[in-house]
Design a protein. Structure first.
Length: 202
Protein backbone atom coordinates (compact mmCIF):
# COMPACT_ATOMS: atom_id res chain seq x y z
CA UNK A 1 0.00 0.00 0.00
CA UNK A 2 2.80 2.36 0.97
CA UNK A 3 4.69 1.55 -2.21
CA UNK A 4 1.65 2.22 -4.42
CA UNK A 5 0.99 5.50 -2.63
CA UNK A 6 4.63 6.53 -3.07
CA UNK A 7 4.56 5.59 -6.74
CA UNK A 8 1.38 7.63 -7.19
CA UNK A 9 2.94 10.67 -5.51
CA UNK A 10 6.07 10.41 -7.67
CA UNK A 11 3.97 10.12 -10.83
CA UNK A 12 1.90 13.18 -9.84
CA UNK A 13 5.07 15.15 -9.16
CA UNK A 14 6.54 14.19 -12.53
CA UNK A 15 3.35 15.25 -14.33
CA UNK A 16 3.28 18.58 -12.47
CA UNK A 17 6.97 19.15 -13.24
CA UNK A 18 6.45 18.41 -16.92
CA UNK A 19 3.47 20.77 -17.05
CA UNK A 20 5.50 23.54 -15.39
CA UNK A 21 8.42 22.96 -17.75
CA UNK A 22 6.14 23.50 -20.74
CA UNK A 23 4.59 26.75 -19.54
CA UNK A 24 5.96 30.22 -20.13
CA UNK A 25 8.49 31.52 -17.65
CA UNK A 26 10.61 34.68 -17.82
CA UNK A 27 14.23 33.85 -18.52
CA UNK A 28 13.29 30.61 -20.27
CA UNK A 29 12.58 29.80 -23.93
CA UNK A 30 9.11 31.02 -24.91
CA UNK A 31 6.86 28.01 -25.62
CA UNK A 32 6.15 27.59 -29.31
CA UNK A 33 2.57 27.68 -30.57
CA UNK A 34 0.56 27.92 -33.76
CA UNK A 35 -2.73 29.78 -34.17
CA UNK A 36 -4.83 30.93 -37.10
CA UNK A 37 -5.17 34.66 -37.50
CA UNK A 38 -8.48 36.29 -38.40
CA UNK A 39 -7.67 35.91 -42.09
CA UNK A 40 -7.29 32.14 -41.72
CA UNK A 41 -3.49 32.21 -41.94
CA UNK A 42 -1.57 29.82 -39.66
CA UNK A 43 0.92 31.78 -37.56
CA UNK A 44 3.68 29.97 -35.67
CA UNK A 45 5.85 31.67 -33.07
CA UNK A 46 8.94 29.72 -34.17
CA UNK A 47 8.75 31.42 -37.57
CA UNK A 48 9.83 34.70 -35.94
CA UNK A 49 13.01 33.49 -34.29
CA UNK A 50 15.69 36.10 -34.84
CA UNK A 51 13.22 38.92 -34.18
CA UNK A 52 11.74 40.53 -31.10
CA UNK A 53 8.13 39.44 -30.57
CA UNK A 54 5.46 41.19 -28.51
CA UNK A 55 2.43 39.16 -27.41
CA UNK A 56 -0.62 41.21 -26.43
CA UNK A 57 -3.69 39.52 -24.92
CA UNK A 58 -6.80 41.35 -26.05
CA UNK A 59 -10.55 41.67 -25.54
CA UNK A 60 -12.25 44.65 -27.26
CA UNK A 61 -14.97 44.81 -24.58
CA UNK A 62 -12.59 45.22 -21.64
CA UNK A 63 -12.49 48.79 -20.20
CA UNK A 64 -8.72 48.51 -19.70
CA UNK A 65 -8.27 47.59 -23.36
CA UNK A 66 -10.62 50.45 -24.29
CA UNK A 67 -8.32 52.80 -22.34
CA UNK A 68 -5.29 51.84 -24.41
CA UNK A 69 -7.10 51.70 -27.76
CA UNK A 70 -9.38 54.76 -27.54
CA UNK A 71 -6.32 56.80 -26.51
CA UNK A 72 -4.43 55.19 -29.41
CA UNK A 73 -1.67 54.25 -26.98
CA UNK A 74 -1.57 50.61 -28.08
CA UNK A 75 -1.72 51.52 -31.78
CA UNK A 76 1.16 53.97 -31.37
CA UNK A 77 3.26 51.22 -29.81
CA UNK A 78 2.33 48.81 -32.60
CA UNK A 79 3.40 51.39 -35.16
CA UNK A 80 6.53 52.41 -33.26
CA UNK A 81 7.83 48.86 -33.26
CA UNK A 82 6.64 48.00 -36.75
CA UNK A 83 10.11 47.22 -37.97
CA UNK A 84 11.94 44.37 -39.66
CA UNK A 85 13.30 43.15 -36.33
CA UNK A 86 10.04 43.28 -34.33
CA UNK A 87 6.76 41.38 -34.66
CA UNK A 88 3.56 42.30 -32.78
CA UNK A 89 1.07 39.47 -32.23
CA UNK A 90 -2.32 40.17 -30.67
CA UNK A 91 -4.11 37.16 -29.16
CA UNK A 92 -7.79 36.88 -28.23
CA UNK A 93 -8.59 33.93 -25.93
CA UNK A 94 -12.27 34.80 -25.35
CA UNK A 95 -14.33 31.61 -25.52
CA UNK A 96 -17.14 31.50 -28.13
CA UNK A 97 -19.92 31.18 -25.53
CA UNK A 98 -19.01 34.42 -23.72
CA UNK A 99 -20.85 37.67 -24.46
CA UNK A 100 -17.53 39.38 -25.25
CA UNK A 101 -16.75 36.94 -28.07
CA UNK A 102 -16.44 38.43 -31.56
CA UNK A 103 -16.18 36.40 -34.76
CA UNK A 104 -13.46 37.05 -37.33
CA UNK A 105 -15.54 39.45 -39.41
CA UNK A 106 -16.38 41.59 -36.38
CA UNK A 107 -12.75 41.56 -35.26
CA UNK A 108 -11.67 42.70 -38.73
CA UNK A 109 -14.14 45.57 -38.46
CA UNK A 110 -12.87 46.44 -35.00
CA UNK A 111 -9.24 46.51 -36.14
CA UNK A 112 -10.10 48.70 -39.12
CA UNK A 113 -12.16 51.06 -36.96
CA UNK A 114 -9.42 51.40 -34.34
CA UNK A 115 -6.67 51.56 -36.97
CA UNK A 116 -4.85 48.90 -35.00
CA UNK A 117 -1.59 47.64 -36.47
CA UNK A 118 -0.54 44.25 -35.10
CA UNK A 119 1.33 42.05 -37.55
CA UNK A 120 -1.25 39.35 -36.84
CA UNK A 121 -4.45 39.20 -34.80
CA UNK A 122 -4.99 35.61 -33.67
CA UNK A 123 -7.94 33.76 -32.17
CA UNK A 124 -7.29 31.31 -29.33
CA UNK A 125 -10.90 30.20 -28.79
CA UNK A 126 -10.04 27.09 -26.78
CA UNK A 127 -7.70 29.11 -24.57
CA UNK A 128 -4.78 26.68 -24.85
CA UNK A 129 -2.20 29.28 -25.83
CA UNK A 130 -3.42 31.74 -23.21
CA UNK A 131 -3.15 29.08 -20.53
CA UNK A 132 0.24 27.99 -21.85
CA UNK A 133 1.48 31.53 -21.28
CA UNK A 134 -0.46 32.06 -18.07
CA UNK A 135 -2.30 35.04 -19.57
CA UNK A 136 -4.57 36.35 -16.82
CA UNK A 137 -5.81 39.72 -18.01
CA UNK A 138 -6.52 41.88 -21.01
CA UNK A 139 -4.12 43.36 -21.68
CA UNK A 140 -1.39 40.95 -20.55
CA UNK A 141 1.90 41.62 -22.30
CA UNK A 142 4.93 39.49 -23.15
CA UNK A 143 8.25 40.31 -24.83
CA UNK A 144 10.37 37.61 -26.48
CA UNK A 145 13.93 38.34 -27.64
CA UNK A 146 15.50 37.23 -30.94
CA UNK A 147 16.96 34.13 -29.26
CA UNK A 148 13.42 33.02 -28.40
CA UNK A 149 13.73 33.78 -24.68
CA UNK A 150 10.85 35.31 -22.75
CA UNK A 151 12.34 38.49 -21.28
CA UNK A 152 9.23 40.27 -19.99
CA UNK A 153 5.78 39.26 -18.78
CA UNK A 154 3.14 41.36 -17.05
CA UNK A 155 1.35 44.69 -17.20
CA UNK A 156 1.72 47.17 -20.03
CA UNK A 157 2.56 49.94 -17.56
CA UNK A 158 2.40 50.99 -13.90
CA UNK A 159 -0.91 52.91 -14.01
CA UNK A 160 -3.53 50.33 -13.16
CA UNK A 161 -6.72 52.31 -13.78
CA UNK A 162 -9.01 52.88 -16.77
CA UNK A 163 -8.49 56.63 -17.21
CA UNK A 164 -6.75 57.64 -20.42
CA UNK A 165 -4.98 60.58 -18.79
CA UNK A 166 -2.96 58.11 -16.67
CA UNK A 167 -1.05 57.02 -19.77
CA UNK A 168 0.88 60.31 -20.01
CA UNK A 169 2.66 59.73 -16.70
CA UNK A 170 2.87 55.93 -16.85
CA UNK A 171 6.08 53.93 -16.98
CA UNK A 172 5.60 51.59 -19.92
CA UNK A 173 7.20 48.23 -19.08
CA UNK A 174 6.88 46.90 -22.64
CA UNK A 175 8.73 49.88 -24.12
CA UNK A 176 11.45 49.55 -21.47
CA UNK A 177 11.87 45.82 -22.08
CA UNK A 178 12.03 46.21 -25.86
CA UNK A 179 14.43 49.14 -25.80
CA UNK A 180 16.72 47.50 -23.24
CA UNK A 181 16.71 44.18 -25.09
CA UNK A 182 17.45 45.88 -28.41
CA UNK A 183 20.38 47.68 -26.75
CA UNK A 184 21.66 44.36 -25.30
CA UNK A 185 21.08 45.64 -21.78
CA UNK A 186 19.65 43.67 -18.83
CA UNK A 187 15.88 44.03 -18.51
CA UNK A 188 15.38 46.34 -15.53
CA UNK A 189 11.84 45.07 -14.85
CA UNK A 190 11.35 41.58 -16.24
CA UNK A 191 8.10 40.68 -14.51
CA UNK A 192 5.13 42.59 -13.10
CA UNK A 193 1.61 41.76 -11.99
CA UNK A 194 -0.76 42.26 -14.94
CA UNK A 195 -3.89 44.36 -14.58
CA UNK A 196 -7.13 44.45 -16.55
CA UNK A 197 -10.17 42.23 -17.11
CA UNK A 198 -9.84 38.52 -16.59
CA UNK A 199 -9.31 36.50 -19.77
CA UNK A 200 -12.65 34.88 -20.62
CA UNK A 201 -11.56 31.26 -20.83
CA UNK A 202 -13.95 28.31 -21.17
Amino acid sequence: MKHSLLASLIASTLVATAATANTASVGQPAPDFSLNDINGKAVRLADFKGKHVVLEWHNPACPFVVKHYDSRNMQSLQNKYDAKDTVWLTVNSTNPTHQDYMNNDKLKGYIADKKAAPDNYMVDADGKVGQLYGAKTTPHMYVINPAGMLVYAGAIDDKRGTKQEEIKTAKNFVVAALDESKANKPISTASTTPYGCSVKYK
